[in-house]
Design a protein around this ligand. Structure first.
Ligand SMILES: Nc1ncnc2c1ncn2[C@@H]1O[C@H](COP(=O)(O)OP(=O)(O)OP(=O)(O)O)[C@@H](O)[C@H]1O
Ligand SMILES: [Mg+2]
Length: 254
């Protein structure tokens, strides 16, 4: 399971994010971008962040470290914005934290060049997890010390919103025409050759073991958190081998 820290100070809301993530300080002296359990789609968004973030890092993509953050709602008492105060008040317990990359800039596809190789790896990964939120309008990529970092995997794995239809949903193609890196001739074939064999049952078991039980409990149709962990692993395992053949909307290098 992810390391757990305790929020000691709520610093400020990050106004750019749709889900109103906040910057917090924790008892390990770390600074984290905190995503609230009670925001928007709630805990499924956080589960998606964990599965995709932990998988991405294990595949060698740059992804900030994730933790769970225990939040005492009293931290919100001094917050002047009523919307933020309500989020803090209703998110007692475990929330998600992502290590804050201080000084990072939003990625601008017009100002920064990306190699076909790196673009290929990121587009391939987004196809695998069915990420619909890395468009040129909202890249969810940061530049930090000259490198590209992935953030924000809340809008992925659409199949987890309807488990009975998951297999059919996971068999669908991935439209990358709006992808932030579509214009960099992403070499998804090379990425698939390298990354697909690494997406094994063992790796996915390790990744899904990072999800806190409390975000998995009580899902209709599943008796235990581990049953649901296996359900998260299955579509990814099934997609890994052939998803590169089903990516549409990009210029291919070959
Ligand atoms: N680890 C980080 N380090 C530095 N800045 C970050 C980090 N994570 C997020 N941010 C900043 O906060 C913004 C919002 O974060 P994020 O995209 O994860 O939130 P969101 O609410 O899911 O956003 P969206 O509007 O895309 O749904 C980012 O665009 C980025 O500017
Ligand atoms: Mg975002």
């Amino acid at each position: 399971m992810l390391k757990e820290v305790i929020a000691t100070r709520y610093i400020t809301p990050l106004r750019e994010g749709g889900s109103l993530p906040g910057l917090v300080e924790a008892d390990d002296f770390g600074t984290y971008v905190m995503k609230f359990r009670s925001a928007g789609q709630g805990r499924k968004t956080l589960v998606a962040e964990v599965v995709c973030g932990e998988l991405a890092r294990r595949l060698g993509l740059r992804m900030p470290r994730l933790v769970t953050i225990a939040l005492d709602p009293v931290l919100g008492l001094g917050e002047p914005d009523p919307e933020v105060q309500e989020l803090l008040r209703s998110s007692g317990g475990l929330n998600l934290g992502m290590e804050y990359l201080s000084g990072a800039l939003g990625f601008d596809p017009l100002a920064f060049a990306v190699s076909a190789e790196e673009a290929g790896r990121i587009v391939w990964f987004d196809a695998l997890v069915n990420n619909v939120d890395r468009s040129w309008r909202n890249p969810n990529l940061l530049r930090h010390h000259g490198d590209l970092w992935l953030i924000d995997h809340g809008a992925t794995m659409i199949w987890h919103h309807n488990w009975p239809g998951a297999e059919a949903s996971a068999a669908r193609p991935y439209d990358a025409s709006d992808h932030a890196l579509a214009s960099f001739a992403p070499d998804v074939r090379a990425a698939a050759a390298d990354l697909a064999p690494r997406v094994t049952e063992d790796l996915l078991a390790e990744v899904t073991a990072e999800i806190p039980d409390t975000w998995l409990e009580g899902e209709p149709g599943f008796d235990t958190p581990d049953d649901l962990r296996r359900a998260y692993a299955r579509p990814l395992l099934a997609r890994a081998a052939g998803v590169h053949e089903r990516i549409t909307g990009i210029e291919r290098t070959r």
